[in-house]
Design a protein around this ligand. Structure first.
Ligand SMILES: Nc1ncnc2c1ncn2[C@@H]1O[C@H](COP(=O)(O)OP(=O)(O)O)[C@@H](O)[C@H]1O
Ligand SMILES: [Mg+2]
Length: 260
């Protein structure tokens, strides 16, 4: 099992889209994939047509004192090999509970240790805040993928996210590789190209040397959560995600080799 955290402390950078596109890509290559929605806004959950009111069974249950088995929370999707665990709105109240209930920082790591073996890949769609949920995801992760908008203001958020990943890496005494995925790229603008160059200058080979373009077809939930249409009409966005996935898998293989 490999665990990827799709994270950025900024909202609207393409985290949920990236989680869906990479998860779908891995599943279509025959891997057993579990997506976990950690955002109280539950965009990923709603993309799969699960309503948040009434509250569905989901990731919050993993923070109970007697948590259920991971597999009992996983929902199948239309895409073969792809399942997901829903987010619930009260996830937002978890921070308060962590003051009185110790050990909550490792709830997801513990859940994966008990039941994660049923999947080849587990992808966490992180919330845009540095709190208990993000800490849980980073503590459990083998690889952090940071989608970053190609605009100057995003560079600041990227730095913050890298610092967070570094902090978690030091506290858990295990290497936590970071990969940066430029998103929402508009090649017609000077700003886009300049920001991409600035990212590459600063983070070198940790940045993908390509970018996910602005592609409105990618916004179509159907393209990412259903089995057929996107396969027929791949579009620029999805084919870029396919190349990004190739790169991430290569990077991961290289990191593993270096660690051995
Ligand atoms: N490559 C893209 N091209 C066009 N729109 C995109 C692209 N990636 C994401 N979006 C849209 O941008 C918005 C924010 O993306 P989302 O994945 O929800 O970001 P986050 O999870 O970081 O908040 C959504 O409306 C999404 O459909
Ligand atoms: Mg999101």
């Amino acid at each position: 099992m490999r665990v990827w955290a799709i994270a950025n402390q900024k909202g609207g950078v393409g985290k949920t889209t990236t989680t869906l596109a990479l998860g779908r890509g891995l599943a279509m290559r025959g891997h057993r994939v579990l997506l976990v929605d950690l955002d109280p806004h539950a965009s990923l959950t709603r993309a799969f047509g699960v309503a948040t009111d009434p509250q569905p069974a989901g990731v919050l249950d993993l923070f109970d004192e007697q948590p259920p088995a991971l597999a009992s929370l996983a929902r199948a999707t239309e895409i073969e090999n792809l399942s997901f665990i829903a987010a619930q709105t009260p996830l937002a109240t978890l921070e308060r509970r962590s003051a009185t209930q110790p050990g909550l920082g490792l709830a997801l790591s513990n859940a994966l240790a008990r039941g994660g073996h049923a999947w080849d890949f587990v992808l966490f769609d992180c919330p845009p805040t540095l709190g208990l949920l993000m800490v849980n995801a980073l503590a459990a992760a083998d690889h952090v993928i940071i989608p970053t908008q190609t605009e100057p203001l995003a560079l600041h958020g990227l730095k913050g996210m890298c610092r967070t990943a570094d902090m978690i890496q030091r506290s858990r005494h295990r290497v936590l590789p970071v990969s940066i995925l430029p998103t929402l790229y508009d090649k017609r603008t000077r700003t886009g190209a300049d920001t991409l160059k600035a990212m590459q200058d600063e983070y070198g080979e940790r940045v993908w040397n390509d970018a996910i373009p602005n592609d409105t077809r990618i916004c179509s939930v159907d393209a990412l959560t259903r089995s057929s249409p996107a396969a027929q009409y791949p579009g620029r966005g999805l084919s870029a995600y396919r190349r990004a996935l190739d790169w991430l898998l290569l990077t991961e293989a290289r990191d593993t080799e270096q660690a051995a």
